[in-house]
Ligand binder design. Structure first.
Ligand code: AMP
Length: 114
């Protein structure tokens, strides 16, 4: 997608602080971190939102979550716990229309979310 910022990051046209890459996805540190560990796991394939998921995307979405758990281990937040978040659409406060999983950790989270 020509105008998609995360497609540009995937393509290397916009720099990012990458912590993981594989043939299916990349992961990089959020530019405005909301926790000591705030990493975005982003599929190389453009899918605007999780609500566009179909059965064919099940392996992709499963992979994103598996990668997020591996990065949580690498970042040292696995034992104490963390949060994985997908924002969807306007009410979900999704700002970038390219599917991504937020990995947030390194501090106590609160509930309910804002
Ligand atoms: P969301 O609101 O779920 O769409 O989250 C989008 C996230 O992308 C926000 O946390 C932003 O801080 C983050 N973000 C936007 N642009 C960049 C960028 N160039 N590099 C890293 N993170 C970014």
């Amino acid at each position: 997608m020509a105008d998609c910022i995360f497609c540009k990051i995937v393509a290397g046209e916009i720099p990012s602080d990458r912590v993981h890459e594989d043939p299916t996805c990349i992961a990089f540190r959020d530019i405005q971190p909301q926790a000591p560990v705030h990493i975005l796991v982003v599929p190389r394939q453009h899918l605007a939102r999780i609500s566009e998921m179909t059965p064919q995307h099940e392996p992709l979405v499963g992979h994103l979550f598996h990668v997020a758990t591996e990065i949580a281990r690498q970042e040292g937040v696995s034992d104490q716990g963390y949060r994985l978040v997908i924002n969807c659409g306007a009410h979900g406060q999704q700002a970038v229309d390219h599917l991504h999983v937020h990995l947030l950790g390194g501090r106590q989270m609160t509930w309910p979310p804002g």
